[in-house]
Design a protein around this ligand. Sequence first.
Ligand code: ASP
Length: 455
Amino acid sequence: MKKTYVGDTPTLIGQEVTLYGWVDTKRDHKKIVFIDLRDRSGIVQVVGMDDLKVLSSGDVVCLRGIVKERPEKLRNPKLATGNVEIESVECKLLNKSEPLPFPIDTDGYEINEEMRLRYRYVDMRRQRLQRNILFRSKFIRSVRDFLYQEGFIEIETPLLTKSTPEGSRDFVVPSRMQPGKFYALPQSPQQYKQLLMGAGFEKYFQIARCLRDEDLRADRGFEHTQIDLEMSFVERDDVMALDERMITKVVESFGYTIKEKPFPVFTYHEAMEKFGADKFDLRTEEDKANGILAFAWVINFPLFEKTDEGGWTFSHNPFSAPLPEHREKLLKQEDIGNIISTQYDMVCNGHEVGGGSIRNHESSALRSVFRIMGYDDGTIDVQFGHMLEAFRLGMPPHGGIAHGIERLLMTILGEDYLREVVAFPITAGGKTAVMNAPSELSPAQLRELGIEVIG
Ligand code: ASP
């Protein structure tokens, strides 16, 4: 059977069409019944008689009908299909719905989060979420197109990997074959993407899933997806320029206006002095009203910061290199608080929407970072021996960047929560949408993993 999308009906006046979709709303006027039929392309009004009486919101139907032009005064200018309606010939019920848990013809902000996420597949039927999820798909496609054109190669890196000190708590996975040992889920593909530079791919990217066991906030979840890239034989300005071109091209292709190009660059020092923070909003009230995006870069962060215990830790990423003129200080482990990093962060409308650096590619420099952090050589070798070894086997100079897609999209779309751009987000209480994880394991599963749950 030939299937027509609702959105195409205005071009098919006088023809018989077969539509598939959901009953959005029903208005029963006794003799005559109207339904709004919704599919992925839009909504159209259907008019019928007894055949439509049994329907209610949420039902899935196959509807055969004739496309009729509406008389001038009955047109609905608010609907893209408002100049037509479908006269029902035959309506087949494909799935009867129970009453829906909440309305889907609103923007949904007014509905309790637990409810929205428990019935996320219903929640996502609302127009706002359809738009956000579709935008996300188009946005990623546009990023991919740009990077392929620039000669990047898309490579997947493992999800089961080793615990790394990237600044957050790891999610761990017990090993069945080696009881008592654990994998960690990646906080980012950082080490693997550097190893890919050692493998000679030169320009890598991945739309990468990252997992961090952090306290949940409006702009931070357990899982996020990064546009992750890495390049060899580059300096700081090369990565920043490539990345800025990518963001500019992609964002403008969707009709958004960027406040200032090239993006203004602030040193960390300047940003702290001017805004009191390393992320800031450069928009005026008028810019805000007009949906303008104010991107900026922050550079020249200190490589290390003091820990509460009075030692040192990396400020962003243990793999970041210092500025070339600060390399000696790092190797000599001198003047530690004043070693400046090659780190660059991208901010937009008050959010940090990306960050990266040129990396250390010499084993002596990486070892110095960990020594400054108070690790002894034995620990460094156990934890990072694989990186130090790779750095001794022909590692090109390299650097990269990653953008948290959800944070970026939320900023662009003007949403306040990450969950508004994620199909199945986690609740503020850490439960998965619909599926209700985490859940208990059976005693047999625990036994097989060599795990005993205490307390
Ligand atoms: N791996 C870093 C992060 O996840 C990004 C980068 O430096 O490329 O923040």
